[in-house]
Write a protein that binds this ligand. Structure first.
Ligand code: PXP
Length: 266
């Protein structure tokens, strides 16, 4: 069975908020993704509202025909918004106001009671409860103890290992293999516990193949690389290409790689 693909469209809102303007429309982007074969839309409502706004969640809830997954911090403010808007799923994520993007998974064991209580409220409202965690046994066990139905395994370390040409060297390959091994073990353990397994963070056309080959993975949440590709290829084509890469379980070697701006960042 091909895993589901949710497109994270936060960056569409990032462009809009750069001008506090009304375009580009997050709803139009979501519908374009759905038409191109996405199984759902993911957005992150951050405490600082730097991209997605509360109104976006309401509009998406009214217009989407597939699946709405809202990432949010495990706070009372956020869980109340979820209860008011009733997305299909909520993914609890850690949030640090100074971060550029989510940095690693939620430390569930360190805040077990708070997370358990929020998961309980979400489930009572029939919202599917997922928790974004690092691929570690202790976090999977803690997530299970909260009553969550899914874990989203953080692929940031794997993605980081695949960056650049280093993976052609033996040490780079070893690091990639070690991260893949961690993800595989975590996926197996989570599935044994009856948890559904999602993955996300830093996945690209160039590294998604090996993750798509992990049998237990049922859902992908991918944003940055697809929106970046969409600037050149259009959203429809960008989503279609990622859908294909996941279905085939293959990396797309050339997508973006010759156009990216890594030299300017180093
Ligand atoms: N999953 C989670 C929990 C995230 O926080 C993010 C980033 O917002 C993603 C997936 C998507 O990551 P990326 O934009 O790197 O594809």
């Amino acid at each position: 069975m091909t895993a589901r693909l949710n497109i994270n469209i936060d960056h569409v809102a990032t462009v809009r908020q750069a001008r506090r303007a009304s375009e580009p429309s997050v709803v139009a982007a979501a519908l374009a993704c759905e038409q191109a074969g996405a199984d759902g839309i993911t957005v992150h409502l951050r405490g600082d509202r730097r991209h997605i706004q509360d109104g976006d969640i309401h509009l998406l809830r009214e217009t989407l025909v597939t699946y709405l997954n809202v990432e949010m911090a495990a706070t009372d403010e956020m869980s109340q918004i979820a209860l008011d808007t009733l997305p299909d799923a909520v993914t609890l994520v850690p949030e640090n106001p100074n971060e550029i993007t989510t940095e690693g998974g939620l430390n569930v064991s360190a805040s077990l009671e708070v997370v358990r209580s929020i998961v309980g409220r979400l489930r009572e409202a029939e919202i599917f409860a997922s928790i974004f965690i690092d691929p570690e046994a202790a976090q999977i066990e803690a997530a299970r103890a909260t009553g969550a139905q899914q874990v989203e395994l953080c692929t940031a370390n794997y993605a980081e290992a695949t960056l650049g040409a280093r993976h052609t060297r033996a040490d780079g390959r070893e690091r990639i293999d070690a991260e893949l091994h961690r993800l595989r073990e975590a996926a197996t353990l989570a599935a044994q516990y009856g948890l559904r397994v999602a993955v996300g963070h830093g996945l690209t056309y160039r590294n998604v193949g090996a993750i798509a080959a992990i049998e237990e993975v049922e859902e992908f949440n991918i944003g940055h690389n697809i929106v970046a590709r969409a600037l050149f290829a259009g959203l429809h084509e960008a989503v279609r290409e990622m859908r294909g890469a996941i279905r085939e379980g293959t990396n797309v070697k050339t997508k973006n790689s010759f156009l990216d701006n890594r030299a300017a960042l180093s």
